[in-house]
Design a protein around this ligand. Structure first.
Ligand code: PSU
Ligand code: MN
Length: 305
């Protein structure tokens, strides 16, 4: 049944069959999160970082209506330079697939396809969350419901303050999603190591993280875990600069009447524009840092009996 929809790349398939470490990677970050050619370059470097840490990368997308776990270099290049590839979250999958379209997968849909393929660890930059003003707009990313239900650990650099980080944490608590700080008590805020909010658990070793995940799933506690990994200090942005850019981006989005699935890409692009490219450098570096940790986590998880 699954073969009807899902293609697992040969390298990924072999690793999964041997019980070896595999790391899922998303593709909305390629098509909507970064400009060409940095997006393609970053996606390929991320794959190499995962390999160097002893795991197999599985970049995930929908191509020509096929769910893909593991892309070729040409497929990554195609996603990176084709304008208008559809941002695909959970609700979009049936249409992108049945109409044989290309879709760049968000955290939510990457988790879905990873789980179908049997991949348990996923690295990205930032996750979606509860937007500022959500008490009025009800704009809450489908990523959070996916974390509530789908058994994939997501390694990220925390949440951007384009979101309401406090409400995002409340929402995750309600749905039983553990939020872990890797080497930190404080939830990182993507471009900065601090956000002013505490994580639920600080974990200092990859082994301890793998044991917590295994325990969760052994006990039938379905759903994911949000592993937040602070940006390395040397790539951190100035707090005042990024906060101002984000506030201005949120105000611009409101003024322009941006809604629905356009909101996050609009805010990301605006922040990039307002910080004159500095935020892109930080963004790339934190993704590399997350890829490394996810690969180590996946290796540790594969070694637990
Ligand atoms: N946050 C980022 N970078 C991103 C995204 C979010 O810092 O690239 C992307 C991810 O693919 C995430 C999606 O899953 O945006 C969330 O979109 P929405 O808020 O529409 O659910
Ligand atoms: Mn939304």
């Amino acid at each position: 049944m699954l073969e009807k929809y899902l293609d697992i790349g040969p390298e990924v398939r072999a690793a999964l069959a041997d019980g070896k470490a595999v790391v899922a990677l998303e593709s909305t970050i390629i098509s909507h999160g970064m400009p060409y050619p940095q997006n393609v370059e970053t996606a390929l470097n991320v794959e190499n970082i995962v390999r160097a840490a002893g795991a197999v990368p599985a970049t995930i997308a929908i191509l020509n209506g096929r769910l893909k776990a593991g892309l070729t270099r040409d497929e990554i290049e195609h996603l990176g330079k084709t304008p208008g590839v559809l941002k695909t979250s959970r609700r979009d999958i049936p249409f992108i697939v049945s109409q044989k379209l290309d879709g760049a997968t968000t955290v939510a849909s990457t988790m879905i396809i990873a789980a179908l393929a049997g991949i348990r660890v996923f690295a990205t930059g930032g996750v979606g969350g509860v937007h500022r003003g959500a008490t009025e707009t009800m704009d809450i990313s489908a990523d959070l419901q996916e974390l509530a239900h789908t058994n994939v650990a997501v390694v990220c650099a925390g949440a951007k303050s384009i979101l309401d980080i406090g409400l995002t944490l409340e929402y995750l608590e309600t749905f039983g999603v553990p939020v872990v700080g890797f080497g930190t008590e404080e939830m990182p805020a993507f471009y900065t190591r601090k956000s002013g909010f505490k994580v639920d658990y600080r974990v200092d070793s990859v082994r301890a993280l793998a044991e917590a995940l295994k325990t969760k799933w052994d006990l039938g506690l379905t759903g994911g875990m949000l592993v937040t990994n602070p940006i390395p200090p040397e790539f951190e942005m100035d707090y005042g600069t990024i906060t101002k850019a984000i506030d201005d981006a949120v105000a611009a989005a409101e003024k322009a009447g941006v809604k629905g699935k356009e909101t996050t890409p609009y805010l990301l692009a605006k922040v990039k524009e307002l910080t004159g490219g500095d935020s892109l450098d930080s963004n790339i570096q934190l993704v590399y840092n997350n890829a490394r940790l996810a690969a180590e986590l996946s290796v540790a998880l594969a070694s637990l009996k």
